[in-house]
Design a protein around this ligand. Structure first.
Ligand code: NAD
Length: 287
């Protein structure tokens, strides 16, 4: 069994980004800029935002924090987004979700300039992904494909089951896996809470991607011997953090697996930095 080390891979990607930024800025090019908007006091969001800001700093990306009180009005938030859209030094805009009650996240996401949509949540980015056009891909599914590629686990011609149909993981991941290419070209089955026989679907799969949000939901009897198992879940239990896959039981049956923590999670931030780098290159004509 091969352990897919997302922590190490994310470190490698962050080092590559850091090297590129350092070499360009040494030539006088301005550093990439990521604006990070956090509204309210949600403790988990504060941790996520702090981690993202720290990762930016490490890579030489200028992170521009905008911490707003939970009492912020929709109009104030829309005005901030409009200012950041117009700011030439900002390459990416990240709106940390969820927003406090009373604020309309969809309206805010729609207001972000798609050319700065480094989270890949804007409907234009999603539309581009579905049509196979260039654009930002949301960070968690992009990180999963990057892991498959760096570990050389091609999905081409294979059966892939994605469990979970969220807009941020399951749906975009299913689209990516069905795209042409060595780490695409899979025959994809998108499973969800109304799937009739989930265990059977999983047992037929060469690749299982679990994005459900239920601790140890995928058990060994659901996995075909030799399958590749990617665990997106982050569940806080009394015994600590665990994924959507029963890692201890599944690890001896599959050919490769991502652990939780240290699998898909660290890749999400690395891909946010990568998307910001991509936007910066495009804006400054550095491609
Ligand atoms: P979500 O909570 O929006 O949706 C869960 C999905 O699971 C739904 O589509 C639902 O149909 C499916 N589901 C629920 N119960 C099911 C069942 N019994 N059988 C089959 N399908 C079922 O999901 P999300 O936002 O994609 O998050 C999923 C998990 O991934 C969570 O644990 C979340 O914390 C984690 N996550 C991790 C990262 C990361 O960076 N590693 C990023 C995003 C989400």
């Amino acid at each position: 069994m091969k352990l897919i080390d997302g922590k190490k891979t994310a470190q490698d990607i962050r080092a590559e980004i850091k090297a590129e930024v350092a070499s360009r800025t040494a030539q006088g090019v301005r550093a990439p800029g990521l604006a990070v908007i956090l509204v309210g006091e949600d403790p988990a969001s504060q941790v996520y935002v702090r981690n993202k800001e720290r990762a930016c700093q490490d890579a030489g990306i200028r992170s521009v924090p905008h911490r707003l009180p939970a009492s912020t009005s929709q109009e104030e938030l829309m005005a901030l987004i409009a200012r950041l859209n117009a700011d030439e030094s900002v390459d990416g805009i990240l709106l940390q979700l969820p927003l406090p009650k009373g604020l309309d996240a969809d309206r805010c996401l729609l207001a972000i300039d798609p050319s700065k949509d480094v989270d890949g949540f804007h409907p234009e980015s999603v539309g581009r992904l579905v049509q196979g056009l260039p654009g930002f891909v949301s960070c968690t599914p992009a990180g999963i494909i990057e892991l498959l590629s760096r570990y050389d686990l091609p999905t081409e011609g294979k059966k892939a089951v994605v469990i979970g149909r969220s807009n941020i993981v399951g749906k975009p991941l299913a689209v990516l896996l069905a795209r042409p290419g060595r780490f695409g070209n899979a025959t994809v089955t998108l499973c969800h809470s109304r799937t009739a026989d989930l265990a059977k679907e999983c047992r037929e799969a060469d690749f299982v991607f679990a994005a459900i949000g239920r601790p140890r939901f995928v058990t060994a009897d659901m996995v075909k011997p030799g399958a590749v198992v990617v665990d997106v879940g982050i569940n806080r239990t009394e015994q600590g953090l665990c994924g959507d896959v029963d890692f201890e039981a599944v690890k001896d049956k599959c050919s490769a697996i991502t652990p939780v923590p240290g699998g898909v999670g660290p890749m999400t931030i690395a891909m946010l930095l990568k998307n910001t780098l991509q936007s910066w290159r495009q804006r400054l004509g550095l491609c």
